[in-house]
Unconditional design. Structure first.
Length: 393
């Protein structure tokens, strides 16, 4: 799938930068064009892969290149004010060569959480290609303002995109891990999972064609209908044999890979599908009730077969209760791994989202209380001043 990626804010820019690095390493050629938008000049300067001409500094008249300080309302205002400047970079994107736009942002900060919904709405108004969001939720230990920003941004972002793919930092940060190393690892995990998903169907020269092709239309159809999506991932390593072939350590040694046991290959695939679905999702949720799903099996072609993928797809149908479950393979000979990626689209039973919605409600109540209290204090102050004046005269 060919994507035009727009990284909004610090996290968004870093993730898109990482996607370009992944493209260069794997030759997957997912990112047809990349743009980074930020209100902090230092963040844009720290990017390695995104061309300098595609880095857009917004809000210079308001924040002088120093960022919005986690104020997502200001982030949204700046994005609205400088939308023409952002569009100037988007104009250079060869839209006829892309299948969709992907707007990437961390939802806890100010620029990304405020601006990502703004640019998504703008893109949907101008272009016919689907506009997807990739939103990263902050960890609960990052502070109340970040959770509040995420609660506010999430509701707006999911409304303005054709589908919102979500990655929850809370489920991925390791205990005792430094913030920087934690984010670097998380960004790698994001790119790895979504890289295989979006890379499916993009056959390179000399690469073997899939038995069951997953092309961009399969991904678009799975994401159709809007809502929230999560991605599961599982993989097993395979080892080089002395003859130059690949031999899975899970098959047991000695047998010729060219006559690989079909039953064992099928079992491995169904096992990986189960691990991907029931293991750690990018956004933890109840699998049952998923509206649509897509299974992609990637790896050396001799360790992929139609029967295993079909069995995995049927199992997904049973688990999700959905009759819209697609599946296919993505041969990546020489990768040294067999991977399973499961896209669950239109998920509804998501504890983290319910928690964010509750935070938003409570915050709104608190804002009203604070406003009422401020008005009452001001009124009392005015009355006291008035009484004092009366006593003087």
């Amino acid at each position: 799938m060919k994507l035009a990626m727009i990284g909004f804010g610090q996290a968004g820019g870093k993730i898109v930068d990482k996607f370009l690095e992944y493209d260069a390493e794997t030759g997957s050629n997912i990112v047809r064009a990349a743009v980074a938008v930020n209100s902090a000049k230092a963040d844009l300067m720290g990017l390695q892969q995104i061309p300098e001409e595609n880095r857009v500094l917004i809000g210079q008249s308001r924040v002088k290149g120093h960022g919005v300080g986690a104020d997502n309302e200001l982030g949204a205002e700046i994005a609205e004010e400088d939308i023409d400047e952002i569009q100037g970079s988007i104009d250079s994107i060869p839209v006829h060569e892309v299948d969709a736009f992907l707007v990437v942002a961390g939802l806890g900060g100010g620029t990304g959480s405020g601006g990502a919904p703004v640019i998504s709405k703008h893109l949907k108004r101008i272009y016919t290609e689907p506009v997807y969001g990739l939103g990263v939720l902050p960890g609960s230990d990052e502070g109340g303002i970040y959770t509040l920003n995420a609660a506010r941004s999430f509701q707006t972002f999911v409304r303005e995109v054709d589908n919102l793919l979500v990655f929850d930092n809370d489920s991925w940060r390791k205990t005792g891990e430094s913030v920087q190393s934690g984010y670097d690892e998380i960004n790698s995990e994001i790119v790895r999972r979504f890289g295989i998903l979006f890379g499916a169907g993009e056959v390179q020269r000399g690469q073997e064609v899939a038995e069951s092709v997953v092309d961009s239309s399969e991904i678009i159809n799975t994401l159709a209908g809007g809502g929230v999506s999560t991605v599961g991932f599982a993989e097993e390593e395979v080892e080089e044999t002395s003859s130059g072939g690949l031999l899975s350590r899970f098959r047991g040694g000695g047998s010729d890979p060219d006559t690989a046991d079909s039953a064992h290959t099928t079992n491995r695939i169904t096992s990986l599908v189960r691990k991907a679905t029931l293991g750690r999702l990018t956004l933890p949720c109840e699998v049952e009730g998923t509206e649509r799903a897509l299974l992609v099996m990637a790896g050396p072609s001799k360790y992929l077969n139609r029967k295993g993928i079909e069995r995995g797809r049927k199992w997904l149908e049973e688990q999700t209760g959905s009759m819209e479950v697609r599946g296919g393979d993505y041969p990546t000979d020489g990768s040294g791994r067999v991977s399973s990626v499961v896209l669950l689209s239109g998920v509804t039973n998501v504890p983290r989202i319910k928690e964010l919605q509750q935070v938003a409600i409570e915050a709104q109540d608190n804002i009203d209380e604070i406003r009422d209290e401020s008005e009452e204090n001001l009124s009392n102050l005015v009355n006291e001043d008035s009484d004092e004046l009366e006593s003087l005269f």
